[in-house]
Design a protein. Structure first.
Length: 256
Protein backbone atom coordinates (compact mmCIF):
# COMPACT_ATOMS: atom_id res chain seq x y z
CA UNK A 1 0.00 0.00 0.00
CA UNK A 2 1.47 3.37 -0.97
CA UNK A 3 1.69 6.22 1.49
CA UNK A 4 -0.05 8.41 -1.08
CA UNK A 5 -3.24 6.45 -0.51
CA UNK A 6 -3.04 7.22 3.20
CA UNK A 7 -2.24 10.91 2.88
CA UNK A 8 -4.94 12.05 0.49
CA UNK A 9 -7.51 14.56 1.77
CA UNK A 10 -10.20 12.88 3.94
CA UNK A 11 -12.87 12.56 1.26
CA UNK A 12 -10.44 11.09 -1.25
CA UNK A 13 -8.90 8.69 1.23
CA UNK A 14 -12.30 7.42 2.29
CA UNK A 15 -13.35 6.75 -1.28
CA UNK A 16 -10.08 5.10 -2.27
CA UNK A 17 -9.65 2.93 0.81
CA UNK A 18 -13.20 1.97 1.66
CA UNK A 19 -15.70 1.53 -1.16
CA UNK A 20 -18.81 -0.61 -1.20
CA UNK A 21 -16.78 -3.79 -1.15
CA UNK A 22 -13.57 -4.48 0.74
CA UNK A 23 -11.91 -6.02 -2.31
CA UNK A 24 -13.30 -3.94 -5.13
CA UNK A 25 -9.97 -2.28 -5.88
CA UNK A 26 -6.25 -2.93 -5.54
CA UNK A 27 -5.75 -0.76 -2.48
CA UNK A 28 -8.40 -2.64 -0.50
CA UNK A 29 -6.97 -6.03 -1.44
CA UNK A 30 -3.67 -5.05 0.16
CA UNK A 31 -5.34 -5.10 3.57
CA UNK A 32 -5.89 -8.86 3.13
CA UNK A 33 -3.38 -10.16 0.60
CA UNK A 34 -0.12 -8.91 2.08
CA UNK A 35 -0.91 -9.85 5.70
CA UNK A 36 -2.05 -13.31 4.55
CA UNK A 37 1.09 -13.86 2.49
CA UNK A 38 3.27 -12.62 5.34
CA UNK A 39 1.57 -14.95 7.81
CA UNK A 40 2.00 -17.87 5.41
CA UNK A 41 5.73 -17.11 5.08
CA UNK A 42 6.16 -16.87 8.86
CA UNK A 43 4.34 -20.17 9.33
CA UNK A 44 6.45 -21.97 6.71
CA UNK A 45 9.68 -20.68 8.19
CA UNK A 46 8.61 -21.68 11.71
CA UNK A 47 7.60 -25.16 10.58
CA UNK A 48 10.37 -26.09 8.16
CA UNK A 49 13.44 -24.18 9.40
CA UNK A 50 15.22 -23.59 12.69
CA UNK A 51 15.00 -19.80 12.34
CA UNK A 52 12.99 -19.45 15.55
CA UNK A 53 15.68 -21.29 17.49
CA UNK A 54 18.49 -19.32 15.87
CA UNK A 55 16.95 -15.96 16.72
CA UNK A 56 16.14 -17.10 20.25
CA UNK A 57 19.80 -18.03 20.64
CA UNK A 58 20.78 -14.39 20.23
CA UNK A 59 19.07 -13.63 23.54
CA UNK A 60 20.47 -16.57 25.51
CA UNK A 61 23.82 -16.67 27.32
CA UNK A 62 25.07 -20.26 27.09
CA UNK A 63 27.87 -19.63 29.59
CA UNK A 64 25.61 -18.25 32.31
CA UNK A 65 22.70 -20.50 31.25
CA UNK A 66 20.30 -17.60 31.44
CA UNK A 67 18.33 -15.24 29.24
CA UNK A 68 19.94 -11.85 28.78
CA UNK A 69 16.94 -9.89 30.06
CA UNK A 70 15.59 -12.48 32.52
CA UNK A 71 16.23 -10.20 35.49
CA UNK A 72 16.29 -6.83 33.75
CA UNK A 73 14.12 -3.93 34.85
CA UNK A 74 13.32 -2.77 31.34
CA UNK A 75 11.93 -6.12 30.18
CA UNK A 76 10.13 -7.17 33.35
CA UNK A 77 8.85 -4.01 35.00
CA UNK A 78 8.86 -1.39 32.25
CA UNK A 79 7.72 -3.31 29.18
CA UNK A 80 5.94 -6.29 30.68
CA UNK A 81 4.21 -4.91 33.78
CA UNK A 82 3.77 -1.25 32.83
CA UNK A 83 3.13 -2.18 29.23
CA UNK A 84 0.29 -4.47 30.26
CA UNK A 85 -1.12 -1.70 32.44
CA UNK A 86 -0.99 0.72 29.51
CA UNK A 87 -3.19 -1.51 27.37
CA UNK A 88 -5.57 -2.04 30.29
CA UNK A 89 -5.78 1.73 30.78
CA UNK A 90 -6.60 2.29 27.09
CA UNK A 91 -9.28 -0.41 27.29
CA UNK A 92 -10.82 1.11 30.41
CA UNK A 93 -10.73 4.57 28.81
CA UNK A 94 -12.44 3.34 25.63
CA UNK A 95 -15.06 1.43 27.61
CA UNK A 96 -15.67 4.45 29.83
CA UNK A 97 -16.07 6.71 26.80
CA UNK A 98 -18.64 4.32 25.35
CA UNK A 99 -20.63 4.23 28.59
CA UNK A 100 -20.50 8.01 28.98
CA UNK A 101 -21.73 8.41 25.40
CA UNK A 102 -24.91 6.60 26.45
CA UNK A 103 -25.49 9.22 29.12
CA UNK A 104 -24.23 12.41 27.48
CA UNK A 105 -25.68 11.71 24.07
CA UNK A 106 -25.43 15.22 22.67
CA UNK A 107 -21.72 15.75 23.22
CA UNK A 108 -20.25 12.25 23.06
CA UNK A 109 -22.53 10.43 20.65
CA UNK A 110 -20.13 10.85 17.72
CA UNK A 111 -17.46 8.90 19.63
CA UNK A 112 -19.71 6.02 20.68
CA UNK A 113 -18.94 3.70 17.78
CA UNK A 114 -15.22 4.52 17.86
CA UNK A 115 -14.95 3.85 21.59
CA UNK A 116 -16.86 0.57 21.30
CA UNK A 117 -14.72 -0.44 18.33
CA UNK A 118 -11.43 0.20 20.14
CA UNK A 119 -12.56 -1.60 23.31
CA UNK A 120 -13.77 -4.61 21.32
CA UNK A 121 -10.55 -4.83 19.31
CA UNK A 122 -8.51 -4.95 22.50
CA UNK A 123 -10.84 -7.41 24.23
CA UNK A 124 -11.20 -9.79 21.27
CA UNK A 125 -7.55 -9.78 20.27
CA UNK A 126 -6.21 -10.47 23.75
CA UNK A 127 -8.96 -12.99 24.52
CA UNK A 128 -8.48 -14.93 21.30
CA UNK A 129 -4.72 -15.04 21.78
CA UNK A 130 -5.22 -16.13 25.40
CA UNK A 131 -7.51 -18.92 24.27
CA UNK A 132 -4.99 -19.95 21.64
CA UNK A 133 -2.27 -20.25 24.26
CA UNK A 134 -4.43 -22.72 26.18
CA UNK A 135 -5.30 -24.84 23.14
CA UNK A 136 -2.19 -24.94 20.95
CA UNK A 137 0.20 -26.74 23.34
CA UNK A 138 3.35 -24.90 22.22
CA UNK A 139 6.34 -24.41 24.53
CA UNK A 140 8.23 -21.25 25.40
CA UNK A 141 11.94 -21.07 24.49
CA UNK A 142 12.87 -21.17 28.18
CA UNK A 143 11.18 -24.59 28.48
CA UNK A 144 13.42 -26.22 25.89
CA UNK A 145 16.52 -28.38 26.29
CA UNK A 146 18.47 -26.10 23.95
CA UNK A 147 18.10 -23.34 26.54
CA UNK A 148 18.60 -25.28 29.77
CA UNK A 149 14.99 -26.43 29.93
CA UNK A 150 13.50 -29.92 30.13
CA UNK A 151 11.52 -30.35 26.89
CA UNK A 152 12.59 -31.15 23.33
CA UNK A 153 11.91 -28.66 20.57
CA UNK A 154 8.85 -29.40 18.44
CA UNK A 155 8.19 -27.35 15.33
CA UNK A 156 5.26 -24.98 15.52
CA UNK A 157 2.62 -27.12 13.78
CA UNK A 158 4.06 -30.56 14.47
CA UNK A 159 2.30 -33.04 16.75
CA UNK A 160 3.71 -32.87 20.25
CA UNK A 161 4.08 -36.20 22.11
CA UNK A 162 1.33 -36.68 24.69
CA UNK A 163 3.72 -37.53 27.53
CA UNK A 164 5.26 -34.05 27.45
CA UNK A 165 3.87 -31.29 29.67
CA UNK A 166 1.53 -28.91 27.90
CA UNK A 167 2.90 -25.60 26.68
CA UNK A 168 1.05 -22.29 26.84
CA UNK A 169 3.14 -19.95 24.74
CA UNK A 170 1.53 -19.60 21.30
CA UNK A 171 0.50 -17.08 20.11
CA UNK A 172 2.36 -14.34 22.00
CA UNK A 173 0.12 -13.03 24.76
CA UNK A 174 1.89 -9.88 25.87
CA UNK A 175 2.41 -8.42 22.40
CA UNK A 176 -1.24 -9.06 21.51
CA UNK A 177 -2.20 -6.06 23.63
CA UNK A 178 0.03 -3.77 21.60
CA UNK A 179 -1.05 -5.25 18.28
CA UNK A 180 -4.72 -4.83 19.21
CA UNK A 181 -4.02 -1.11 18.78
CA UNK A 182 -4.02 -1.60 15.02
CA UNK A 183 -7.56 -0.38 15.66
CA UNK A 184 -6.14 3.13 16.05
CA UNK A 185 -4.88 3.00 12.49
CA UNK A 186 -8.35 2.36 11.13
CA UNK A 187 -9.81 5.07 13.36
CA UNK A 188 -7.30 7.55 11.97
CA UNK A 189 -8.21 6.53 8.43
CA UNK A 190 -11.60 8.08 9.11
CA UNK A 191 -10.78 11.16 11.16
CA UNK A 192 -7.12 11.98 10.37
CA UNK A 193 -6.17 10.05 7.23
CA UNK A 194 -3.05 12.16 6.65
CA UNK A 195 -1.59 10.82 9.89
CA UNK A 196 -2.87 7.23 9.69
CA UNK A 197 0.40 5.81 8.41
CA UNK A 198 2.27 7.40 11.35
CA UNK A 199 -0.11 5.69 13.76
CA UNK A 200 0.40 2.40 11.93
CA UNK A 201 4.18 2.67 12.27
CA UNK A 202 3.80 3.61 15.93
CA UNK A 203 1.67 0.55 16.68
CA UNK A 204 4.13 -1.70 14.86
CA UNK A 205 7.00 -0.17 16.85
CA UNK A 206 5.14 -0.66 20.13
CA UNK A 207 4.36 -4.26 19.24
CA UNK A 208 8.01 -4.92 18.42
CA UNK A 209 9.10 -3.45 21.77
CA UNK A 210 6.62 -5.66 23.60
CA UNK A 211 7.80 -8.65 21.58
CA UNK A 212 11.50 -7.90 22.05
CA UNK A 213 11.10 -7.89 25.82
CA UNK A 214 9.57 -11.35 25.65
CA UNK A 215 12.22 -12.70 23.28
CA UNK A 216 14.94 -11.42 25.61
CA UNK A 217 13.27 -13.17 28.57
CA UNK A 218 12.87 -16.48 26.76
CA UNK A 219 9.09 -16.18 26.89
CA UNK A 220 8.31 -16.39 23.15
CA UNK A 221 9.72 -17.17 19.74
CA UNK A 222 9.52 -14.55 17.00
CA UNK A 223 6.84 -16.52 15.16
CA UNK A 224 4.60 -16.44 18.24
CA UNK A 225 4.46 -12.66 18.24
CA UNK A 226 4.12 -12.32 14.48
CA UNK A 227 1.04 -14.52 14.70
CA UNK A 228 -0.31 -12.22 17.40
CA UNK A 229 0.29 -9.28 15.09
CA UNK A 230 -1.71 -11.00 12.35
CA UNK A 231 -4.57 -11.77 14.74
CA UNK A 232 -4.64 -8.15 15.91
CA UNK A 233 -4.67 -6.90 12.31
CA UNK A 234 -7.46 -9.16 11.08
CA UNK A 235 -9.67 -8.48 14.11
CA UNK A 236 -9.20 -4.72 13.71
CA UNK A 237 -9.90 -4.97 9.99
CA UNK A 238 -12.97 -7.15 10.43
CA UNK A 239 -14.50 -5.02 13.17
CA UNK A 240 -13.79 -1.91 11.14
CA UNK A 241 -15.90 -3.33 8.36
CA UNK A 242 -18.67 -4.27 10.77
CA UNK A 243 -18.72 -1.21 13.00
CA UNK A 244 -17.12 1.82 11.36
CA UNK A 245 -17.58 1.41 7.63
CA UNK A 246 -20.62 3.69 7.63
CA UNK A 247 -18.52 6.48 9.18
CA UNK A 248 -15.94 6.20 6.39
CA UNK A 249 -18.44 6.80 3.58
CA UNK A 250 -19.37 10.21 2.25
CA UNK A 251 -22.54 11.76 3.67
CA UNK A 252 -24.49 11.27 0.44
CA UNK A 253 -23.74 7.56 0.49
CA UNK A 254 -24.76 7.21 4.12
CA UNK A 255 -28.06 8.89 3.45
CA UNK A 256 -28.93 6.65 0.50
Amino acid sequence: MSLNALTEPPGVARNVLWGKNLCNNGVNRHFLIWPCLSLLLVSLLAQFTSLDLQIAGWFYDPHQHTWRAAESWWANQLVHDWGRNLIALIFVGATGMFLLSLVFRTHLRRWRAVAAYLALCIALTTSLVGLGKKLTNVDCPSDLQQFNGQRPYVHLFSDKPDHLARGRCFPGGHSSGAFSLFALYFIFLIYQPRHAWKVLLGVIALGLIYSLAQWARGAHFVSHDLWSAAIGWFISLGLYRLMLRRHSQPAAQRAS
